[in-house]
Ligand binder design. Structure first.
Ligand code: CO
Length: 212
């Protein structure tokens, strides 16, 4: 019987080459990094394979703490996401949280259709909520324009969700410097757009929560 070929051999080779290239430049890189991690940034992004956190902002291992899920949603009761935020803020003492969505997001588009995709329909409910909150604005748009705007509105909403967690509010109460940012990444040009929805204090959050 022929020996079964390991289909992932190329990945082990890639990994070797990658580790060798880094060690060639900096022989101490891995040994230094293995002693500690001290990232400044928590990245909350989409699971989409085209939106890799470190690559987009050109930062090496050790610089970005990462949480990704479909359509970069921050749900008030998602213990996975909340645990990442809590560890990042309370233990790693990161200074910036970036919620990064992207145009052409499959999760956003799926939420706009009436089709059923299985279990994920329940996750996409959270984006349908964002649609409902912004119905008046979105009803004026169609097609790509509507989808792109929903990608932006979703990021703006998720920034508020991060800022409204007890974790962030308590950090601000303790006087910690911490900012929550909302970005949208363009698959077509690789460029990130700042939604200018940054929140850095309880006062700013209060205004966002009660805009009138
Ligand atoms: Co996506």
């Amino acid at each position: 019987m022929e020996e079964k070929k390991n289909d992932l051999d190329h990945l082990f080779k890639n990994n070797r080459d990658w580790a060798d290239a880094i060690t060639d430049k900096d022989p101490e890189f891995f040994s230094t990094l293995s002693q500690q991690q001290a990232p400044d940034i928590l990245w909350i992004g989409c699971s989409d394979s085209r939106v890799p956190a470190n690559e987009i902002i050109a930062l090496p291992p050790g610089e970005v703490f990462v949480h990704r899920n479909i359509a970069n949603v921050v749900v008030h009761t998602d213990l996975n996401c909340l645990s990442v935020i809590q560890y990042a803020v309370d233990v790693l003492k990161i200074d910036h949280i970036i919620v990064c969505g992207h145009y052409g997001c499959g999760g956003i588009n799926a939420s706009m259709s009436n089709e059923s995709f299985g279990l994920i329909d329940n996750w996409l409910r959270h984006i349908k909520d964002v649609t409902r909150f912004n119905r008046a604005e979105l009803d004026l748009l169609e097609g790509n324009e509507k989808s792109n705007r929903l990608c932006e509105l979703n990021v703006i909403e998720q920034v508020k969700n991060v800022a409204n967690t007890s974790i962030i509010k308590n950090a601000w109460k303790r006087g910690e410097q911490l900012s929550v940012h909302g970005w949208v990444y363009g698959l077509e040009d690789g460029i990130v757009k700042d939604m200018h929805t940054t929140l850095s204090s309880l006062e700013e959050l209060k205004v966002k929560n009660n805009p009138d």
